[in-house]
Each structure stands twice: as C-alpha cells, then as structure tokens.
Write a protein that binds this ligand. Sequence first.
Ligand SMILES: [Zn+2]
Ligand SMILES: [Zn+2]
Length: 302
Amino acid sequence: MHRQILAVVFLSFAVAVPTLAQPAGARRGGDDAAASRSLERWLQQLENELEHLQEDLYFQRGSYPAGLRDQVERASQAVAHFHHEVRRSDDREHWLRDFREMDERIHELVESLNRSSDPWLQRQALRISYPDEQIHYALRRTISNPRDGFREVLARHARVLENEARNLEALAERVDRRDDRMRREIRDFADEAEDFREEVERDEDFDELREDFQEVDEKWHQAVDQINRSATGLYLRRTAQNVNRVHNQIFEMLNASGIPGRTPPADQPRPITPPRDRYEGPRDRPGIEIELPRIGRFRIPF
Ligand SMILES: [Zn+2]
Ligand SMILES: [Zn+2]
C-alpha cells in the first residue's frame, strides 16, 4: 500500500521535473505548469517566513531596529498582493509589475536584517532570501522575457548556494559533531561554492564557469553520498535539500542549450555534448534521501 503511494509520488515528481535530456520544445507545456506551481509554492513559503518573523518580533524579541515591524508589514502586503494576482490572473505584465514592487521591498528588508548585529535577525534574512530567489527562478521559467538577465540570476543563485552551504556546514558542526567524514565533505563543498561565487563575480565567460562548476558538482556528489550514508536526522537532510535544489538549478542553467556562450558560431558548428556521461537526467543528479518508518527510503522531491 505504502509502496504504491510512493510510486505515485515518485512518478508525479518525475513528470514535474523537466528532464535535461528532452528537447526544449517537447517539455514546454509541462514546464509552464510546473513553473507556475513552483511560483505559488515559493510565494506561500515567503508569506509563511514573513508571518513567522512578524510573530516573533511581537512576542519574542525585546529590541530590534526601528521601523523593522513596518518594513515586514509592507513586504508582507506586497507578497500577498503578488500572490493574489498570480492566482487570479494570467496577465504577465501585471505579474511583473507586482513582482518588481514586491522584490524591492523584500530586498530592502533583507538588507536591514543583514545590517543588524543580531545573528537571529541575520538568520531570518537567509530564510527570506531563499524563497525570494526561488521566485525569481520560477518567474524566469514562466515569463519568456522576464527582464531578469541570466547573469543576474546566476550571480544571485551562486550567492544563495554559498550561504546555504555555510549554513549546512554550521548545522553539521552542531548536530553531527562525531561524523567527521560528513562534516569534512560538507566543508570542502562549501569552500568550492565560495570559490564559484567569486568566479561568477569575476565575470568569467560561461564555458569557464561551466568548468568551474564541475568542481563544485564533484564535491557536492561526495557530500551527498556521505549525508545519505550517515545516521543524520530529517532536519539536516531538509537543509541539505535546500542546497541540493539550488545546486541542481545552477547545473541546469549552465548546461541548458541556448545559454550565452553555448551556441556555436554558424560557420564552425560543434556538437553540444553533456559534460559527463552520467548526467543524463535528474535521476542522475545528486539527491538527498530520507528513510521513514513503514514507508522506506526515498529521495526528497526536487
Ligand atoms: Zn497588482
Ligand atoms: Zn529578489
């Protein structure tokens, strides 16, 4: 019974995630629906994070930067407005207007949280940045001309990857102090993620970046192997999944056809080959596994 449910869950996951191997045209329709679902999911997540922040500001914190509560309120309203528009209409121009308005407020809020010297508020900034970046990513896939350039998305994604990697590293230090191997693999990966972020900021061309990312990818594969093999609990695995998602999105961005530097000049065509044989599709991408009693072991959906 459970296995059947699992099979269905797994199948729907397999359908929802675009396959790298498929030609872009063939996956367009399913992609749009998946991107819209993803957009709504991350808008909901962003609303939840802001709500928790507001709640904690009221109930738990003694002092915090002046005006922060109003800033969270304004950001919440802008997110709710955009979310409403996404649910209600198909007017992509309106979506973009609402998104830009929302995004400005979110980034202002994240900046003030980061400016504070309170580590708790800085952690809140991380929690808000993550769904925000996922919304950028989903919007890019929903709107063909999102005015959000490839390089900007890549740069922000690289920053989010580094931040989440460091967050995972700190968490592993706290919860799995005795698992030396896993902690080391995660730390090595976080160092690579930091290098990669610097390389993106140095404005290297895409072929170089694709090569640089292979090193990040190598380290992440090793870290994931250790995490999956370890006895670590759900919380660390979910945090690892946040890393995994952004990691695989960067991989997909750099390896999709049609990205800058990927199209050969017309006079000297060269075949586009995937960097490695094993990267045939999302099944072969790194995935975080969890094991639940009476259900068994499975990958956390993308
Ligand atoms: Zn509106
Ligand atoms: Zn943003």
